[in-house]
Design a protein around this ligand. Sequence first.
Ligand SMILES: Nc1nc2c([nH]c(=O)n2[C@H]2C[C@H](O)[C@@H](COP(=O)(O)OP(=O)(O)OP(=O)(O)O)O2)c(=O)[nH]1
Length: 144
Amino acid sequence: MTALHTPKAPDIIKSNTIKIAAAMICNDQGKVLLVRKRGTSFFMQAGGKIEQGEDPLVTLERELQEELSFVIVEEDCRYLGKFSAKAANEENAMVEAEIYHIKSNLKVTAQSEIEQLIWIDPRNLGSLKVAPLTRKLLEADVMT
Ligand SMILES: Nc1nc2c([nH]c(=O)n2[C@H]2C[C@H](O)[C@@H](COP(=O)(O)OP(=O)(O)OP(=O)(O)O)O2)c(=O)[nH]1
């Protein structure tokens, strides 16, 4: 009889990695836009899952359009890099994110799956419930 293979921690992490593209949208006052998706409690960056073989910027364009009716202006958008953290809304999963910095002073409105959006001061998160990836990026001050 063959023994059942019990996955070790790194296997679990590898098989439960959610790949996303997300935006760090900042305005001239140094505020950052965060969203809270319907039925969830964490505030996070707008964005979503990258489809198989998709260019992350194409993912981000689609997600920002869907979530905020926001159209990316190429010269205001800068790739910051790939970052990972524990996933916010799922047990035992990691999120691996392609992060883009976007400068914008446009008034945005929550669409479809977005229940709430807020502009926050990244130096003063207070007791706000912020997703681990977003907290990591804000604390690392990746925008500067
Ligand atoms: N957009 C986004 N998702 C994040 C962040 N941090 C984090 O853990 N996640 C997690 C939450 C979800 O488990 C997953 C994103 O899934 P989603 O459901 O929002 O993406 P989506 O709109 O493409 O989803 P779908 O309904 O089309 O499947 O990544 C973040 O900062 N931004």
